[in-house]
Design a protein around this ligand. Structure first.
Ligand code: HEM
Length: 428
């Protein structure tokens, strides 16, 4: 664990770091809101295995993330501490020039116009998926939306056009990324020298092997001209000089980033529609182009942000919310605190999509982050929501099994519904 980098970090809970990590993993939104009520908008949490993290929900903390000077903090370094499997050479885990190069190479296929052109094809895929969902018995909605999100990404963004190959890659992505249930703690990495680190790392690598093999073959077949390049991410990386190993490193993290928050967003939005037949009636009547659809989606993401926070490690001393923080401090701009601030969102715990109908969203509403490290998948996420949510709800009536939307639990950098959103579906 790291020592406190600042001589005096802002106050925060005093429980043992193991207890803090466990409480946070079980109910991250509750832990954040309770700490803010007690300590104000800037406080320190201490996590076993990660070290102290300063949580901040202030305008200067947002500025730090949005900063015109991206050298003030590093996202890759901070994220790798929470998600050690993210390669330091990937878009998610790198920093500085290396990050800019990876991002420039991988993001063109997420371009808003290009993904919008895939909306009809995505709708057709969603229709095919929904036909396979269970009827009349409980199932985990998140598990189905994960497969759907993987499938859409592999076919329409990665660019695996052949049906058999696409199915194989989707299956391998699922096998590599899924862990049973929603384990509360991040697996430690080999580098951390703790007793379980090497074992867990070896297990992660074992599960990854089939996917590594398939991605390597996709790149090799494009490079040798055996199959057409296409216009997805695979075409971009195959046209580069990079080694196979390097390409796979870059792609794995993008696959993970594209699958998990997307599946959580689809699940949370579907869950909210499922709880209010009037919303489904309005969607049947007006379609996803009506402002009401975006308003429901935004309100679902406000109350249930799929991503936990913008995480940064400071590279120089800064003042946040009146607290002097030293270089080396990890800072977490937690979306839950911004999204449930009563000054911005009156009656913040109430689900009220109409708040997003009265004008542009407040500048503190940042479900996709802000600045250089802002999510490049936002346009894709919008198209996937429009292509899939109305398709599911036109075919099925979903009944959530819990009275209230399931509490979020922490899984590395995302917030997952506790029981993966248990629902029962009937045909409409
Ligand atoms: C509704 C779904 C999604 C949400 C809510 C979401 C949210 C976020 C957030 C909050 C960040 C971090 C921003 C920061 O640190 O300041 C992020 C980063 C990222 N997201 Fe997404 N995301 C979603 C979907 C996607 C999709 C579909 C993709 C795939 C294209 C994607 C790829 C990434 C990548 C690669 C990064 C790292 C970017 C970088 O560091 O340069 N995300 N996302």
């Amino acid at each position: 664990m790291r020592a406190d980098p600042s001589p005096a970090l802002p106050p925060g809970p005093t429980a043992h770091p193991l207890a803090q990590a466990a409480v946070f993993a079980r109910d991250p939104q509750g832990a954040l809101l309770r700490a803010r009520a007690r300590y104000g908008p800037v406080f320190t949490l201490r996590f076993a295995g990660v070290g102290p993290v300063v949580v901040a929900a202030t305008s200067d903390a947002i500025e730090l993330v949005a900063d015109a000077d991206p050298t003030a903090s590093r996202a890759g370094e901070a994220r790798r501490r929470v998600l050690p499997q993210a390669s330091a050479r990937s878009m998610f885990g790198s920093d500085g020039d290396e990050h800019r190069q990876v991002r420039a190479r991988i993001t063109p296929p997420f371009d808003a116009r290009r993904v919008a052109e895939r909306e009809v094809a995505m709708t057709e895929r969603a229709r095919a998926h929904v036909k396979t969902w269970p009827i009349g018995r409980p199932f985990r909605l998140l598990s189905r939306t994960r497969t759907l999100a993987e499938d859409l990404f592999v076919r329409f963004v990665l660019g695996v056009e052949d049906d058999v190959r696409a199915r194989m890659v989707v299956q391998a992505v699922g096998a590599a990324l899924r862990t049973p249930g929603n384990p509360p703690l991040t697996p430690p990495d080999r580098d951390e020298q703790r007793p379980l680190g090497p074992l867990l790392h070896a297990e992660f690598e074992r599960r990854l092997r089939p996917l590594r093999g398939l991605l390597t073959r996709e790149v090799a077949d494009r490079r040798s001209g055996r199959i057409p390049m296409g216009d997805g991410i695979l075409a971009h990386v195959a046209a580069s000089e990079l080694s196979d190993e390097r390409i796979v490193d870059e792609l794995l993290v993008v696959l993970a980033a594209a699958q998990e928050p997307m599946a959580i967003a689809l699940t949370r939005v579907l869950d909210r529609f499922a709880r209010d037949p009037a919303l489904v009636d309005a969607l049947d009547r007006d379609g996803p182009d009506a402002p009401a659809f975006d308003a429901v989606a935004s309100e679902a993401l406000r109350l249930h942000p799929p991503a936990l926070a913008s995480l940064r490690t400071l590279t120089r001393d800064v003042v946040v919310g009146g607290h002097a923080l030293s270089a080396g401090t990890d800072v977490m701009v937690a979306f839950t605190l911004l999204n449930r601030d009563p000054a911005t969102f009156p009656d913040p715990d109430r689900f009220a999509p109409s708040r997003f109908l009265d004008g542009p969203p407040p500048p503190t509403f940042l479900p996709f982050g802000i600045g250089e490290r802002r999510c490049p998948g936002e346009p894709l996420a919008g198209v996937e929501l429009r292509a899939t949510v109305p398709t599911v709800l036109a075919a099925l009536r979903l009944r959530p099994l819990s009275r209230e939307p399931e509490r979020a639990v922490q899984r590395a950098t995302v917030l997952v519904p506790q029981r993966s959103a248990l629902v029962v579906a009937t045909r409409r």
